[in-house]
Design a protein around this ligand. Structure first.
Ligand SMILES: C[S@@+](CC[C@H](N)C(=O)[O-])C[C@H]1O[C@@H](n2cnc3c(N)ncnc32)[C@H](O)[C@@H]1O
Length: 221
């Protein structure tokens, strides 16, 4: 399962190479893990997004983090290693192969006490969770982001940050629907619906960053 959009830059290629390859690298076992997941083509957050997370999490010091979309656990492990030992992470995935790999990786990094993996579809799991989370990272099926948004906002603490990944579809999300392949119509429509919902909600403050395939940050006024 590759993220083809990671290889379709939404910014100038020279800037992308600078952000992805010349910024401070990870070190130690996390760097080794990052290299492994990239070599395997696992769709994880790119390095420029990793660096942004590490700074953001240092500022926020969230006590509780929720992630939708674990894959092999790279971002969950990176978030655990970027926050105090008291920070708990709940992460959700529905794909058995990814779940097995993530569980093995949480053991390998001795993080099973801090990271809880909930197995199943986020559609079913989100209603069962209890508020509040200080940081929520949505990195799952893009067509569902707008469906998950209201529940994520309920689960988000007063000054919490909701961060939504891969919102640009390589920039095609801004093009007319008639130019989009039929199989991507649902994603295209629902990402545009997500923008309209967030940008027109007077109770929210938001910002879009062109890191990776685009990040949308949302917080409550
Ligand atoms: C892009 S990967 C996550 C990458 C991971 N956050 C990282 O950067 O290391 C997306 C994951 O979301 C999972 N996923 C997609 N839709 C989901 C849903 N509705 N409920 C639960 N998991 C979902 C997929 O199985 C996949 O493993």
């Amino acid at each position: 399962m590759r993220n083809e959009m990671m290889h379709r830059p939404v910014i100038d290629e020279n800037i992308l190479n600078f952000l992805r390859h010349q910024q401070q690298p990870l070190t130690g076992p996390l760097k080794q893990f990052e290299d492994e997941v990239h070599a395997q083509g696992v769709p994880v957050i790119p390095h420029e997004t990793v660096n942004f997370f590490r700074v953001l999490l240092r500022i926020l010091e969230p006590q509780a983090i929720l992630e939708i979309g674990t894959a092999v656990g790279f971002s969950a492990i990176m978030m655990a290693l970027s926050t105090p030992d008291t920070t708990k992470i709940t992460t959700i995935d529905r794909y058995d192969e990814m779940i097995q790999a993530a569980q093995a990786n949480f053991k390998r990094f001795e993080l099973t006490q801090r990271i809880e993996l909930l197995q199943g579809d986020a559609v079913d799991i989100l209603p069962t969770l209890k508020p509040t989370y200080d940081f929520i990272f949505m990195d799952s099926a893009k067509s569902k982001y707008v469906t998950f948004l209201p529940r994520c906002l309920e689960l988000l603490s007063k000054r919490g940050i909701l961060l939504i990944d891969d919102i640009f579809q390589g920039g095609t999300v801004l093009q007319p629907l008639s130019t989009i392949k039929h199989r991507n119509h649902g994603i295209h429509k629902n990402l545009n619906k997500l923008f309209a919902t967030v940008f027109n909600d007077p109770t929210l403050i938001s910002s879009v960053l062109p890191l990776g395939d685009g990040l949308l940050l949302v917080t409550k006024k």
